[in-house]
Design a protein around this ligand. Structure first.
Ligand SMILES: *Cc1c(COP(=O)(O)O)cnc(C)c1O
Length: 410
């Protein structure tokens, strides 16, 4: 008991850094991005704990700012939205279809729309719907080339015919038809036009079979920006609402978007070392002159990629200082140069955040390790406390928040 209490206290007063999420950036991004869409409906994608930003906080903010749908991969996140009191329609697209699935049953009870991409899934959903005594609301998914979820073109007519039967016997309601593009991040790729042609043909097959889906949806962030012809009735926005680059060639700032998430940590030690000093495991960095080193209490246990060493900087005050030496599990070192200047223990280091503030962006960190900003933010460990901020003055049509959001750590 006692030990438990102690460890809880310890967890509440972390030595390490924190994740700060600026909810007004989410709100501004949703408003700005929604204007770029011609579709009447706008889904904010909040899978993966809202790309590591915090599921409920982001979802509530996005809904206030005008998102009228929410999307998650996992059912548990969709149900969590409902349990938090969020009532807008939610689509969830990843589950194990089993007749005894408590998760599917709960999702249907909580009015979560499910993606449906095979007759096998259909039999399970309609079976559970029959027990519940009400139809399962579904969005039929076409596999237009991603080879992930969804029915292949050749299996589509069979799925559609079975779905129509299930509608007639009251166990299914086909609310949408959708696909996710294999070239989601390469809008100009000809594969997209071919996939959308297959999608339109599939919609027609569904219509001829007697289905009347209200919502056709195809686009994620990059195609929302560059392929207005693919918007249909709804778009599904992820990266853009978090202020991350939707694709390598698209700078969020050009579209009025800014990153919402930043990671900061206190500088816990500053020391002067002579020329020829090896830094961190295996001395992969060696000083060629007397230098000052700084110690940051975050490491790969917090999601800091090992590959970042020597390839990125952190901001301390108005200086950008390189990460050097191997990243350790809980800590890494930065090179403060031959002259430490004003920098002192206790200063805040900004690892990445809004480039408008002089920090590196998560996209830059992603590029430095041969990946993308979404991988950087998604791997930030849950053990880092999330602090939510909202500058109400930046949102002209600000309304009462659904959640408490004044700088509280959760
Ligand atoms: C993740 C995802 C999105 C959002 O993609 P972004 O590129 O982050 O905008 C949309 N639809 C589906 C099915 C997804 O899995």
């Amino acid at each position: 008991m006692r030990q438990n209490a102690q460890s809880q206290t310890a967890a509440k007063t972390p030595l390490t850094g924190q994740v700060t999420v600026d909810l007004s950036a989410i709100s501004d991004n949703v408003r700005a991005f929604r204007k770029r869409s011609k579709a009447p409906h706008f889904m904010a994608v909040v899978k993966g704990n809202a790309y590591g930003h915090g599921l409920i906080e982001v979802a509530s903010t996005a809904v206030e700012a005008g998102a009228d749908w929410l999307g998650t991969a996992q059912l548990s996140e969709a149900v969590a939205l409902r349990k938090a009191g969020i009532t807008v329609p939610v689509l969830s697209w990843l589950y194990l279809a089993s007749q005894t699935s408590a998760a599917i049953r709960e999702a249907l009870e909580y009015d979560v729309d499910l993606s449906l991409g095979s007759v096998g899934q259909l039999e399970v959903l309609t079976g559970i719907a029959r027990q519940l005594g009400r139809p399962a609301a579904v969005h039929l998914e076409l596999d237009s080339g991603l080879s992930r979820g969804g029915a292949r073109v050749e299996d589509w007519p069979g799925l559609v015919a079975r779905a129509r039967q299930a509608e007639l016997d009251g166990t299914l309601r086909v609310r949408g038809v959708w696909t996710h593009l294999a070239w989601a991040d390469v809008p100009a790729h000809p594969g997209n036009a071919a996939a959308v042609a297959d999608f339109e043909a599939a919609v027609e097959v569904a219509r001829v079979a007697g289905l009347r889906p209200e919502l056709r949806h195809v686009c994620s962030s990059a195609n929302i920006l560059e392929r207005p012809g693919f918007h249909f009735d709804m778009v599904r926005a992820g990266l853009a609402i978090y202020g991350l680059a939707p694709a390598g060639h698209l700078d969020p700032a050009d579209f009025g978007l800014r990153p919402a998430l930043s990671v900061t940590a206190p500088l816990v030690m500053v020391k002067k070392v002579p020329a020829g000093t090896g830094v961190s495991y295996e001395h992969q960095a060696i000083t060629y002159e007397p230098r000052f080193l700084g110690l940051i209490p975050l490491g790969y246990a917090d999601g800091i990629p090992k590959g970042i060493s020597g390839r990125s900087v952190v901001r301390i005050g108005n200086r950008q200082v390189p990460v050097i030496g191997k990243v350790c599990m809980d800590q890494f070192m930065v090179d403060l140069g031959p002259d430490v200047g004003e920098i002192a223990v206790g200063d805040t280091a900004v690892l990445f955040g809004d480039p408008g503030s002089g920090a590196a962006s998560a996209d830059e960190w992603g590029a430095a390790i041969g990946s993308h900003g979404d991988e950087i933010i998604n791997r930030i460990a849950p053990r880092l406390p999330r602090v939510y901020e909202s500058d109400v003055h930046e949102c002209p049509d600000y309304q009462e928040p659904l959640i408490e959001r004044s700088g509280h750590a959760v």
